[in-house]
Design a protein around this ligand. Structure first.
Ligand code: IDP
Ligand code: MG
Length: 137
């Protein structure tokens, strides 16, 4: 019944001092933090993580940005964690993210939209394996 998902606070979120805000929302929602770590991504790890976007015109920009500074990576768990965390994040483009969501409250730019969340349970297991091999199933 419990599900897990990968959560990232992207370099813009860390640089802007939003770590406590984002983690606080996860905790008050009732999700459980299974792993949490500040790190700078290697290019190869970023390219694997965003592999589904390799043919998109923004891929280079995306990898450059996600490796540009420290980010916070975490695994969160709970009932409906994948969809629940995506819902807390808000729509991908902050121009369309509802107020009350993280992107709706804290972002204006599509390329700097503060957070990441896996888009399915299958993606979550793939992404958790990339960031936290010790937690792979
Ligand atoms: P998601 O983060 O909501 O799952 P995806 O479509 O998987 O959205 O895209 C990954 C990330 O790539 C987005 O969060 C966003 O920061 C960035 N991105 C998506 N589309 C564009 C674009 O058209 N230009 C620049 N960056 C984009
Ligand atoms: Mg995505």
């Amino acid at each position: 019944m419990s599900e897990r998902t990968l959560m990232l606070i992207k370099p813009d979120g860390v640089a802007r001092g939003l770590v406590g805000e984002v983690i606080g929302r996860i905790e008050t929602k009732g999700f459980v933090l299974e792993a949490l770590e500040l790190r700078i991504l290697e290019r190869e790890v970023a390219e694997r993580h965003y592999g589904e976007h390799v043919d998109k015109p923004f891929f280079g920009e995306l990898v450059a940005f996600i490796t540009s500074g420290p980010l916070v990576a975490g695994v969160i768990s709970g009932r409906g964690a994948v969809a629940g965390w995506r819902s807390m994040m808000g729509a991908t483009d902050p121009a369309n993210s509802a107020p009350g969501t993280i992107r709706g409250d804290f972002a204006t730019l599509l390329s700097e939209n503060v957070v990441h969340g896996s888009d399915s349970p299958e993606s979550a297991e793939r992404e958790i394996g990339i960031f936290f091999p010790d937690l792979a199933r």
